[in-house]
Design a binder for this molecule. Structure first.
Ligand SMILES: C[S@@+](CC[C@H](N)C(=O)[O-])C[C@H]1O[C@@H](n2cnc3c(N)ncnc32)[C@H](O)[C@@H]1O
Length: 254
């Protein structure tokens, strides 16, 4: 079940206003990988900004954006219809039987950005998604993704004192406030209140994300037949340490 964040059209439309290009250095990091790969699958692509920019910059290969939220893909498709926007997920594949299939061994690069990997909440989810990614990777292909490092306790900053305000659709002021609700082992639950001038009541969205540490993550990767080729703590490729905010993982078939 996808968060309302991504499934409700006016919230999906807000996404790029809060996460526009280079809000995080992740965008240039992944763009470079995409531009150097022939056949790319972006899992949990959302509004697909990395693939859209890749096409704009002249990528001529296969670009597939996969996401279970129609509203996010609608935003993506409005901007560019020359990317294969595919409703679905790694485990089920495309939900529409008419969509181009995701062939075994078909991708040089599979990536997940925007901490999308953290939506896999159970061990079974993690195992099934990693196994599916492994199956879709070409022989020398790479599966690259990031997850927030639990040691950095990033959730402590998700508090109402930090209000983000941006110019939203039609130049209207849009604000977002997060509130931490619960930390239960690896699962962190929080709410996000979105308001846009003229909306009346804010939209309140409940989300849960899983924070796996590197040892647990690497054990799941090994179980799925993937080996870690590099792991970094930030987008400048600095080493992963106890204080790193990110766990950025490059993996390939073992
Ligand atoms: C925070 S957004 C990240 C979007 C994009 N990757 C980015 O960097 O901007 C997380 C995305 O994961 C998608 N998602 C939710 N459940 C998923 C699943 N089981 N498999 C793949 N993607 C999923 C959501 O619909 C949403 O678009």
């Amino acid at each position: 079940m996808v968060d309302r964040h991504f499934s409700v059209p006016n919230l999906a439309e807000l996404y790029d206003y809060f996460s526009h290009w280079q809000v995080s250095p992740q965008d240039d990091f992944y763009l470079d990988l995409v531009m150097n790969s022939r056949s790319v699958l972006d899992v949990g692509c959302g509004t697909g900004k990395i693939l859209r920019v890749a096409r704009e910059r002249g990528h001529t290969g296969r670009l597939v954006g996969l996401d279970p939220a129609n509203a996010m893909l609608d935003v993506a498709n409005k901007d560019r219809d020359d990317v294969e926007w595919t409703l679905g997920d790694l485990v089920s594949g495309p939900y529409d039987g008419e969509a181009e299939p995701l062939e075994e061994g078909g991708f040089d690069l599979i990536f997940m950005s925007g901490h999308a990997f953290q939506v896999f909440l159970t061990d079974d989810d993690v195992r099934a998604n990693l196994t599916a990614a492994r199956r879709l990777l070409a022989e020398d292909g790479r599966f690259v993704f990031e997850t927030r490092n639990p040691a950095a306790r990033g959730w402590e900053a998700w508090s109402p004192e930090r209000v983000r305000t941006v110019d939203g659709p039609g130049g209207l002021k849009a604000t977002c406030v997060h509130r931490l609700r619960e930390v239960a082992g690896e699962l962190v639950t929080f709410t996000s209140d979105y308001s846009v001038e003229g909306w009346g009541e804010p939209e309140v969205i409940h989300s849960t994300l899983r924070f796996l540490d590197a040892d647990r993550l690497n054990a799941f990767l090994a179980e799925a037949g993937l080996e870690v080729s590099a792991q970094y703590g930030y987008w400048d490729r600095s080493p992963l340490t106890d204080t790193s905010t990110e766990i950025i993982t490059f993996s390939r078939a073992a």
